[in-house]
Ligand binder design. Structure first.
Ligand code: NAP
Ligand code: ZN
Ligand code: ZN
Length: 351
């Protein structure tokens, strides 16, 4: 086994602290990665606090991992030591079901998540990227271009692909009006991608102070969602709205902004359900209410290659591992500009 260390939640109520554990010895298909950076997703916080139920402690979060290949198993053909690579939310799946065959592994019933899942090989749990190293099957490892800043590329592995996948699936492009709700980790990537795809982008925020940033990131207009009059001005005008809010809220004000056949796609997974929307708001203009989960490996690689070509990365605030608990407090207040990324070199400061 490979001795590893990182930061874990030991229960749902106390701050994260150092944790020593073991990872599996690399198998034939495995890539051993020394982790450089890991983004901090709101899903980490939901699971650290067991807001979705099913958290196993100690829990090492982190699924926006960028690192360098330190070693490879005998059957690995896609990577070599020294390569810059990424790992997102998935580390294994069944590989034979219709979802896996369609390159939509994120919808596989036997999906193995990067942390808080059962590791089929070690028999223990999977542990995430708030740690010094990770061992992952080559099929679930992504190539990261040396042209990208590795710290700012880390959030592409979840925030990036989670917004990219629905924008592509619903074919967002020029001549469309697209809304993004919430300017956090996911939201700011949604704004960047929708803008890059040529859409007219409107950001909805509860934080008036984020307006200038939103425009710099690619929004054509900003609406403060608490202002009912500003909201009504956009009634019936949107083709597509991506909702990234991490808390339960009323969906009707957004549904009424959609055109006939428009789609409101939910990405946030709050601890309490949203109130059920008014059926009339769906029926009268045949509107769609949908959801989307991260993205498959193939489209994640496409997204990373697009980002390398177009110079797209996340806007980040780099933190040492020791500041993770403060970062969570700030995330709860919507005070993230626009993704925290942990520099794992800081783990050495604990020794
Ligand atoms: P984040 O960085 O904390 O951003 C969420 C944003 O939502 C905030 O910055 C804030 O933006 C807005 N917001 C408005 N009211 C809020 C409230 N009461 N509480 C919290 N946020 C509020 O979070 P994130 O990492 O982007 O993740 C967003 C959600 O998506 C989380 O629930 C996460 O678990 C989920 N997620 C889903 C997937 C998926 O596959 N579907 C993948 C990753 C994450 P303003 O200040 O602009 O209002
Ligand atoms: Zn995430
Ligand atoms: Zn499958």
């Amino acid at each position: 086994m490979l001795k590893s260390h990182g930061y874990a939640a030991y229960d749902a109520a106390t701050p994260l602290r150092p944790f020593g554990f073991e990872r599996r010895e690399p198998l034939a298909e495995d890539v051993h990665i020394e982790i450089l950076y890991c983004g901090v997703c709101h899903s980490d916080l939901h699971q650290v606090r067991n807001e979705w139920g099913g958290s196993h402690f100690p829990l090492v979060p982190g699924h926006e991992i960028v690192g360098r290949v330190a070693g490879i198993g005998g059957a690995v053909t896609q990577f070599k030591p020294g390569d810059l690579v990424g790992v997102g939310c998935l580390v294994d799946s069944c590989r034979t079901c219709p979802e896996c065959v369609d390159d939509q592994e994120q919808y596989c019933d036997q999906l193995v998540l990067t942390y808080n899942s059962h590791d089929r090989h070690s028999g223990g749990m999977t542990y995430g990227g708030y740690s010094n190293r990770v061992v992952v099957d080559q099929r679930f490892v992504l190539k990261i271009s040396e042209r990208l800043d590795p710290a700012a590329a880390a959030p592409l592995l979840c925030a990036g692909i989670t917004t990219w996948s629905p924008l592509r699936h619903w074919r967002v492009g020029p001549s469309q009006k697209v809304g993004v709700v919430g300017l956090g980790g996911l939201g700011h990537m949604g704004v960047k991608f929708a803008h890059a795809f040529g859409a007219e982008v409107v950001l909805f925020t509860t934080s008036p102070g984020k307006s200038e940033d939103a425009r710099r990131l690619g929004a054509d207009a900003v609406v403060v969602s608490k202002n009912a009059e500003e909201m009504t001005r956009h009634s019936g005008s949107f083709d597509f709205i991506l909702d990234t809010v991490a808390a339960a809220h009323d969906l009707d004000p957004y549904l009424t902004l959609l055109k006939r056949d428009g789609t409101l796609c939910l990405l946030g997974v709050p601890d309490h359900p949203h109130p059920a929307p008014n059926a009339a708001n769906l029926i009268f203009k045949r509107r769609n209410l949908a959801g989307s989960l991260i993205g498959g490996l193939r489209e994640t690689q496409e997204m990373l290659d697009f980002c390398a070509e177009h110079g797209i990365v996340s806007d980040i605030e780099q933190i040492p591992m020791q500041q993770i608990n403060t970062a969570y407090q700030r995330m709860l207040k919507g005070d993230v500009k626009y993704r925290f990324v942990i520099d794992l070199a800081s783990l050495q400061d604990d020794h």
